[in-house]
Design a protein. Sequence first.
Length: 65
Amino acid sequence: MKRFAEDAARLAGVAGWLLGWRPHEFWRATPAELESVLLAARSEDVAGEGVDAGDLARLMAGMPD
């Protein structure tokens, strides 16, 4: 259990530093969400793609805050 806590604290720190996430944002994210955001942050392939209006509307509806 201690190992999980240490790893989670380290990941929370990375998310805060790299993504600007506050602790509650990190803890609400699923592992899949964290993985996809971190992959997008390091990938040059998706850097210029952006999202279209439909994607943005779906994201806004799913995350109103």
